[in-house]
Design a protein around this ligand. Structure first.
Ligand code: GLN
Length: 312
């Protein structure tokens, strides 16, 4: 290990210790009953630098439900399938509303504001499902995650998927509402089935940080040299993560952390420090916008100590 690597390792371990000692943890999501079964005290962090060195702390190898973080990867796949035509079906503006809000859909003729709120992600999933059996579409998403991480063990937590399906009345309403405007093409239950399942993919911080490397390094994995998307597309996905990745908490996240990130109600956050690192944190307790409370604080501490904010 050289000095810079040693420093990063030290900072990450310090943060894991500091976070585990805190008692302000936020509230674990309960609207998907299966998510409430998680250990509220868990905390994990993994940072992978440009050279591929991994600095990890806490429960960095424990798989958790990635939930809305999957929306970054489904967006990547859908853009690969239909390119900029995607933007006819979903916008690129921050919503300023909760992740599961329906209000804007009426004003904007069923076109969701961005690909990271639930309505937008359901529309993106519909693009992937279009012309396929749900099982094939889901297989494609899962294989993409396995390819990005070079880890064939990544799987869907079927209990979480079933739990969300049973209680997903609001998501069903969003999908039906969009269907009435022609924004959803496939049968609503096909699209929702795939959506619930990709939200239920289970991954550890280490796996998630690995999956996000292409976004930190101009669209390609610097270790394998394999290109996932063009540099321009990676830049644009990062821009959407910065402006929309934390729902109505996106401004606050940019203000405090200063990096593109995407949260999920499982308590995970994937963050990109362009040219420097791919980062994943996990702490199941959420703030009022549905973003990991300690996850955000850990990231704020990390970017401050490393000087990684994109705003200088
Ligand atoms: N699967 C969750 C839902 O649709 C995702 C929400 C989230 O992570 N913010 O409600």
């Amino acid at each position: 290990m050289n000095n810079a690597e040693r420093n990063l390792d030290l900072v990450v371990k310090e943060i894991a210790d500091e976070m585990r000692q805190r008692t302000d943890r936020g509230e674990v999501a309960t609207y998907i009953p299966e998510l409430a079964n998680v250990d509220a005290k868990a905390f994990g962090i993994a940072v992978i630098d440009a050279q591929g060195n991994v600095a990890a702390g806490g429960d960095s190898d424990t798989p958790f439900s990635i939930q809305s973080i999957s929306k970054v990867f489904t967006l990547t796949i859908a853009l690969g399938m239909i390119g900029d035509r995607l933007w006819r079906r979903v916008g690129r503006e921050p919503s300023g509303n909760p992740f599961n809000s329906i209000v804007q859909l009426e004003r904007e003729r069923g076109v969701p504001r961005n690909p990271f709120i639930n309505a937008g992600a359901i529309a993106v999933t519909d693009v992937i499902v279009s012309g396929h059996q749900p099982r094939e579409a889901l297989g494609d998403i899962l294989r993409f995650m396995q390819f990005l991480t070079n880890d064939p063990s990544i799987a869907i937590d079927e209990d979480v998927a079933a739990s969300e399906k049973r209680t997903g009345f609001l998501n069903t309403a969003l999908a039906n509402y969009m269907k009435s405007f022609g924004v959803i093409e496939s049968p609503v239950d096909y699209t929702l089935g795939v959506y619930f399942h990709h939200c239920a993919i289970a991954m550890s911080c280490r796996q998630l940080a690995m999956a996000g490397r292409y976004l930190a390094h101009g669209g390609r994995n610097p270790s394998t040299g394999l290109s996932v998307v063009s540099a321009e597309r990676a830049r644009r996905i990062n821009a959407l993560m910065l402006t929309c990745g934390h729902y109505d908490g996106s401004g606050e996240f940019a203000y405090r952390v200063g990096l593109p990130g995407k949260s999920g109600v499982g308590g995970g956050i994937l963050v990109v420090a362009p040219g420097k690192a791919s980062i994943a944190v996990w702490s199941p307790g959420l703030d009022k916008s549905g973003n990991s409370h300690l996850g955000r604080i850990a990231l704020e501490t990390l970017t401050k100590r490393m000087g990684w904010s994109i705003f200088g």
